[in-house]
Design a protein around this ligand. Structure first.
Ligand code: SAH
Length: 253
């Protein structure tokens, strides 16, 4: 009996897949990959006999059928999703369908584009005295967002925030964010983080909409919002010479 392995491909740079994910690709008999966002260079790790399927034009039922066919033949099947598969990856419905068929599967996590975006702007989401919370969300599109998670109400927390799947509606994003964050709040829009064509547009809630339009960014971008993008914050306790913790004795103790 074969098995299915869901693998996080990482944000784009083919070196940002995990070692474990790369090994799964190297051993796979069949790979079903999300062609719209997964870097095709990753497929070069596969054996020459591998069967490749781009899932971009497939339905859930067709994907599951391919998995069942492969598993019945004893294959090892990799389902390759962009970033980390647990974030807007639509893997739950696949796992539930496999459960129904009694097919075994495993999940190998990946580097989400939200973290590649933070790396691109060289900022930390959780700064002492600024924010200790990171909100990952999206604007409602064809997929709705529950009422309690409306962007305008999440904005009221003034936490560090990252928006997936939303840059095409940057005007609406800004309008809702302004209901919670001050107009001077920094925003960075990171297009194709970790790809060679990566680009960063920086601004504030006041001017980011215009800057994004000028840059022509309409998809594959993270919108990062919050004062963590600014310069002011308190030092961490962890590396404070006066602070004692389990691994280090502070100066005063
Ligand atoms: N599971 C993926 C997200 C899939 S949803 C992850 O963990 O990253 C697709 C959305 O992710 C895109 O609309 C965009 O908002 C974001 N995205 C994916 N790759 C990206 C990249 N390299 N740079 C910036 N945003 C990216």
């Amino acid at each position: 009996m074969g098995e299915v392995i869901f693998v996080g491909a990482g944000p784009g740079d083919p070196e940002l897949i995990t070692v474990k994910g790369q090994k799964a690709l190297m051993h796979a008999d069949r790979v079903i990959y999300a062609g719209s966002l997964v870097n095709p260079e990753l497929l070069s790790h596969c054996r020459s006999e591998v069967l490749l399927h781009d899932s971009a034009g497939l339905t859930l039922e067709e994907v599951i059928r391919l998995m069942k066919t492969g598993v019945d033949q004893g294959e090892s099947i990799v389902r390759l999703h962009t970033g980390d598969p647990s974030v807007y990856g639509a893997i739950q419905e696949q796992m539930d369908a496999l459960d129904e068929l009694g097919i075994a599967y495993a999940v190998i996590p990946g580097v989400s584009s939200v973290f590649a975006a933070a790396a691109a702007v060289q900022r930390e989401f959780t700064l002492p005295g600024v924010s200790q919370t990171l909100i990952l969300t999206r604007l409602a599109g064809r997929t709705s967002v529950p009422e309690g998670e409306r962007l305008a109400s999440l904005a009221k927390h003034q936490a560090s925030l990252a928006l997936f799947l939303s840059v095409q509606d940057i005007g609406k994003v800004v309008e809702e964010l302004k209901e919670g964050y001050p107009i001077s709040t920094p925003v960075a829009v990171v297009y194709k983080a970790s790809w060679p064509e990566e680009a960063v547009v920086r601004g504030t809630l006041e001017d980011i909409e215009q800057k994004v339009r000028e840059a022509g960014v309409q998809k594959t971008a993270q919108i990062l919002v919050g004062d963590f993008l600014g310069k002011a914050y308190a030092r961490s306790k962890l590396y404070d010479p006066d602070f004692t913790h389990a691994y280090r004795r502070g100066r005063d103790s």
